[in-house]
Ligand binder design. Structure first.
Ligand code: AMP
Length: 207
């Protein structure tokens, strides 16, 4: 089963991709996390990607496509993958179609205003990538998964979020049309509690 999570930054792609991955036993790939790992390890790809990520722009297609294709060669993905943050451009979607079949696309729907509010409160674990809202942490900044101190990602700061939204509307939103035409897209409303949204996601996957 190959699933793509589509949606603007802060729509909950990571959260719901992880949940589906755990419940279906299908491995999850986040290209954003892969890129942040390259930055941490200071690889040539990481150094190049950082410039774009800090500006809220997309990393050039060639770099991300090569990185993902290499990753998908690993045997753990032979029976499927939950993709979170890829594809983000029509070119990436076309490349993905060349190497595999996308069975379901979950489009997480949220307004720009809700995104700006949500991103201001998002904190991320720099070690394991777990994310949470400030209000859920209740003043205790330790990651609930691994114990590290959660931080605000540089690209979650408001000016960068606004740029990421602009980029999303221009470069990624056309994928809604792309996958609608293929009959695989289901739009899920992200209003409400995480568990309610997760329930909607699982219903959309069962359709
Ligand atoms: P994310 O963690 O998915 O929000 O991604 C963080 C950042 O990584 C994005 O704002 C982009 O700069 C970069 N990135 C992640 N995935 C892609 C992709 N598929 N194509 C281009 N850039 C990406």
């Amino acid at each position: 089963m190959n699933v793509v999570f589509l949606g603007p930054p802060g729509s909950g792609k990571g959260t719901h991709a992880r949940r589906v991955s755990a419940s279906k036993g299908v491995p999850h790939i986040s290209t954003g996390e892969m890129l942040r790992e390259h930055i941490k390890q200071q690889t040539p790809l990481g150094k190049e990607a950082k410039v774009y990520m800090d500006l809220g722009r997309l990393v050039p297609d060639e770099l991300v496509i090569d990185m993902l294709k290499d990753k998908l060669k690993e045997s753990q993905y032979d029976n499927g993958v939950i993709l979170d943050g890829f594809p983000r451009t029509v070119r990436q979607a076309e490349e993905l179609d060349e190497i595999t079949t996308v069975d379901h696309v979950i489009n997480l729907d949220i307004s720009d205003a809700d995104i700006v509010a949500r991103m201001a409160g998002r904190r991320t674990c720099p070690v394991c990538g777990y994310t949470s809202q400030l209000e859920w942490l209740n003043g205790d900044m330790h990651c609930r998964k691994c114990g590290a101190i959660m931080v605000q990602r540089d690209d979650d700061k408001e000016v960068t979020v606004l740029e990421r939204l602009r980029v999303y509307h221009i470069q990624t939103q056309p994928l809604i049309d792309y996958y609608t035409k293929r009959g695989v897209l289901r739009t899920v409303n992200t209003l409400g509690e995480v568990d309610e949204v997760a329930q909607r996601v699982s219903e959309a996957l069962a359709e």
